[in-house]
Design a protein around this ligand. Structure first.
Ligand SMILES: Cc1cc2nc3c(=O)[nH]c(=O)nc-3n(C[C@H](O)[C@H](O)[C@H](O)COP(=O)(O)OP(=O)(O)OC[C@H]3O[C@@H](n4cnc5c(N)ncnc54)[C@H](O)[C@@H]3O)c2cc1C
Ligand code: FES
Length: 279
């Protein structure tokens, strides 16, 4: 039996500084042992624990799609582990265990329009989702794909080059917005994600909404989706509770009877409404 606590080894191939504040970095990783790539089969929405010997480990959403060459993680420097990771450069070897958790509901999206609503650096697993959905094999079964991606100001937007390419991709309607221009000369929209959603969302009857962002954005996005006619079972969110094991053993992540690591991290809003009220 494979030991789920035993990390596989990955080499950092590339480090990209994503934002002006330089506290968000994307790590492109390759398996040290190529055979491990076959073992590590994942679907966008899942997460994994990255580890550094002598420091510890922490969970991160997988920011790349399965067809991409490297596994990507975009990490904000907030504390002990993430600071140690930010200090590493290309060539360093780290550990990974996973993939854990469920994914976004790709089966349910078949034949439907998809609207992706994201703010801040939570865009990571939705970046993976967009890249996955745009693969011709996956794209053909879907209706219109609309993505609204917001940040506090232009210098905080992730994946700038890729996002520029997506803006010119006819298979996707991507709307970028920022809360404040902060003096930047930026030709896109100034506006909050929920307000932009109101203007560009597809008709709700045959659509699925995927939402991931800071709590304040989520709080103001729900009423808009409701007003647009989205039912709780058409809306999916990814949660980021504190985790230790990632496999439903330690009880660190549970909300009532649900383990976010094992039953989630993606839940429909209908499921979330049935969770204890403090959530
Ligand atoms: C499923 C999942 C996916 C995640 N995906 C990403 C991702 O793609 N990119 C990313 O940067 N981060 C992500 N996170 C959060 C990431 O795991 C934490 O930022 C990380 O564990 C912090 O470790 P640290 O040792 O640097 O911080 P610590 O030294 O442990 O703590 C530093 C500060 O961060 C706070 N903190 C720690 N963990 C969390 C958490 N889970 N939620 C809120 N605050 C926290 C602590 O309270 C403290 O204030 C994800 C978390 C989960 C559960
Ligand atoms: S992190 Fe241990 S049960 Fe979820």
């Amino acid at each position: 039996m494979n030991n789920p606590y035993l990390p596989l080894l990955m080499r950092i191939e590339k480090v990209t500084i994503e934002n002006d504040a330089r506290d968000l970095k994307t790590f492109d990783l390759a398996f040290v042992n190529e055979a491990d790539q076959k073992v590590f089969q994942f679907v966008p929405g899942q997460f994994a624990f990255l580890s550094i010997a002598g420091v510890g480990e922490a969970p991160f959403g997988i920011a790349s799609a399965p067809h991409e060459r490297f596994l990507k993680f975009t990490v904000k420097k907030v504390g002990v582990f993430t600071t140690a990771l930010h200090e590493l450069e290309a060539g360093a070897v780290i550990g990974i265990r996973g993939p854990w958790g469920n994914s976004y509901p790709f089966d349910l999206m078949q034949g439907k329009d998809v609207v992706i609503v994201s703010g801040g650096f939570s865009f990571t697993t939705l970046r993976a989702t967009i890249a996955h959905l745009l693969e011709p094999e996956n794209r053909k079964g879907l209706g219109k794909i609309t993505a609204i991606y917001g940040a506090r100001f232009p210098g905080e937007l992730l994946y700038k080059e890729e996002v520029r390419n997506w803006e010119n991709n006819p298979e996707l309607q991507l709307v970028l917005c920022v809360d404040r221009l902060n003096g930047a000369d930026w030709p896109k929209r100034e506006g909050l994600v929920p307000n932009v959603l109101k203007e560009v969302a597809p008709k709700s009857e045959n659509a699925i909404a995927l939402v991931c962002g800071p709590p304040m954005m989520i709080k103001f996005t729900h009423p808009v989706l409701k007003e647009l006619g989205f039912k709780p079972e058409q809306v999916f969110l990814s949660l980021e509770n504190r985790m230790k094991c990632g496999i439903g053993k330690c009880g660190h992540c549970n909300i009532g009877p649900k383990y976010v690591c094992k039953d989630g991290p993606v839940f429909s809003y209908a499921q979330i409404l049935n969770l204890p009220p403090e959530y």
